[in-house]
Write a protein that binds this ligand. Structure first.
Ligand code: NBP
Length: 477
């Protein structure tokens, strides 16, 4: 019994995480339901470090030092419960089960509670960065108890990605499901980032008239500035890729129907429950669903509307600069919304989440890694009770400087019929927040008219109702 950690579930993610632990000097017991995958791992990568092959759950558990740490990397949902059922009876109080799959945080809360009753620590942890991240260093978002983190944290810090300043991209996010909650919002923000980049591309293509190769160069330039990020970098790569079969731009031969696995949808569903406006993330999820409705799109193709009239060379370059401003401002808004959801989740579930620390661990390893996250971290460091990212003077100033261009880009998009749900939702959110008065007052009047739902007044305390069907006098409710 010498292994510091056991990994069960050795598909792409589990295999690479096990290798990452081994490469960092840990002895790793490895197990998979179908043992051939376990044997293949040991055969192919056994030279990278110390692996203890386990054919059965009993063998895996027997190989571990105490308190035991068993990491589960299987398909989220029922398979995770099945594996917990298999391992929990073999463990003792003080031992730990770590679920690194993409679990729904509500499942993680339930599992944590059930295992806690048996004295077993359950650490639901978000792991971002795909298979490459798992091998070379992911961004890790563990929940669970502080006691569990004290024992597990140093190992996670070792295998995690490191930010540019050398800080490990892992932090104890909060109790029970906090880690999976934050991972969920991370994915929602990722959807929004991708949608905004997609809209920028479409505008550069249709309004500015650039080719995919030219747009790739524009993204490369943007990637040297404040938009510097993994997603902008790979966007340039995808746009400059030429299809070998046809010689056409790759982006022109791919079916334009985006798929999704569900974490973006969860982010929006939970935001609806929490009453948090994450309109940018919601538009990103809806944009993917819309793209997939092939029949509906086919039936709508003849609908009237303007077609884009590409700009001349000089105007196009100026327009591209404006699109950069619009993209950056919209990005600030979607992170504002995502961090609002994290704060609201923390309040609802009693997690003490340090938003600045969350921004910091997203700086490396994960899909949304970006220079921008340093800014968010600094904003929260400067003011831990920041009510909204837009309340940070730096971000507010940047939006102030960007907004004329942001609005001009949207005017062009609307006039030329280019759909920009992400840019538009972000601007509407911004304008609604800064408005002196919202039509919510009228909504309250309508609700009181048809349903006697009452309203409050701006000039005096109390709750009121107008006798709409009578003499329209006001009564106190
Ligand atoms: P998969 O999600 O494809 O799951 C395959 C693994 O689950 C195999 O080891 C399989 O064993 C095992 N498994 C299943 Br399915 N049902 C089982 C059961 N009833 N009992 C025991 N084992 C069972 O693997 P993955 O793509 O490596 O992802 C693992 C986790 O990490 C998932 O939760 C995923 O959402 C998450 N994640 C994935 C990525 C990514 O980029 N792929 C990124 C971040 C997080 P078998 O070999 O015997 O069939």
């Amino acid at each position: 019994s010498s292994a510091q950690i056991g990994v069960t579930g050795l598909a792409v993610m589990g295999r690479n995480l096990a290798r990452n632990f081994a490469r960092n000097g840990y002895t790793v017991a490895v197990h998979n339901r179908t043992p051939s995958k376990m044997r293949a791992l040991v055969e192919e990568f056994g030279g990278e470090g110390e692996f203890v092959p386990a054919e059965t759950p009993e063998e895996l558990v027997a190989a571990l030092e105490r308190p035991r740490r068993v990491m589960i990397m299987v398909k989220a949902g029922d398979p995770t419960d099945a594996v917990i059922q298999e391992f929990a009876p073999l463990l003792e109080p003080g031992d730990m089960i770590i679920d690194g799959g993409n679990a729904h945080f509500a499942d993680t809360r339930r599992r944590e509670r059930e295992l806690r009753e048996r004295g077993i620590h359950f650490v639901g942890t978000g792991v971002s960065g795909g298979e490459e991240g798992a091998l070379h260093g992911p961004s890790i978002m563990p929940g669970g108890s502080a006691e569990a983190y004290a024992s597990l944290g140093p190992m996670l810090e070792k295998i995690s990605a490191k930010a540019a300043d050398g800080a490990p991209c892992v932090t104890h996010v909060g109790a029970d499901g906090a880690g999976h909650f934050v991972k969920m919002v991370h994915n929602g923000i990722e959807y929004a980032d991708m949608q905004l980049i997609g809209e920028a591309y479409q505008l550069l293509r249709d309004v500015a008239g650039y080719t995919p190769a030219q747009i790739a160069d524009i993204f490369r330039t943007w990637n040297t500035g404040r938009l510097d990020s993994y997603l902008i970098e790979i966007t340039a790569e995808v746009l400059s890729h030429v299809d070998a079969r046809t010689g056409r731009p790759f982006v022109d031969v791919v079916l334009d129907q985006a798929e999704q696995k569900g974490t973006g949808r969860w982010t929006v569903q939970i935001a609806l429950d929490l009453g948090v406006p994450v309109s940018g993330i919601a538009e990103a999820v809806f944009a993917r669903s819309l793209s997939g409705h092939a029949g509906l799109r086919e039936a709508s193709r003849g609908l009237a509307g303007p077609s884009a009239r590409p700009l001349g060379e000089k105007e196009a370059a100026a327009f591209a600069d404006r699109v950069e401003q619009a993209l950056y401002a919209s990005k600030i808004v979607s992170y504002t919304q995502g961090f609002h959801e994290i704060a609201a989740g923390g309040e609802e579930y009693g997690w003490d989440i340090d938003e600045g620390a969350v921004a910091a661990i997203w700086r490396g390893g994960c899909i949304i890694r970006a220079v921008f996250l340093d800014r968010i971290r600094s904003a929260y460091d400067a003011r831990p009770d920041l009510p909204s990212l837009l309340a940070d003077k730096g971000f507010a100033d940047e939006i102030a400087a960007a907004q004329d261009d942001w609005r001009a880009v949207l005017v062009a998009a609307v006039q030329q019929g280019v759909p920009t749900p992400g840019f538009s939702a972000a601007l509407a959110y911004y304008d609604a927040l800064r408005a002196d008065r919202l039509p919510a007052a009228l909504t309250q009047g309508q609700r009181d008219y048809f349903g006697a739902h009452t309203y409050k007044r701006t000039d005096t305390e109390g709750t009121f109702h107008t006798l709409w069907g009578g003499d329209r006098s006001e009564v106190e409710a």
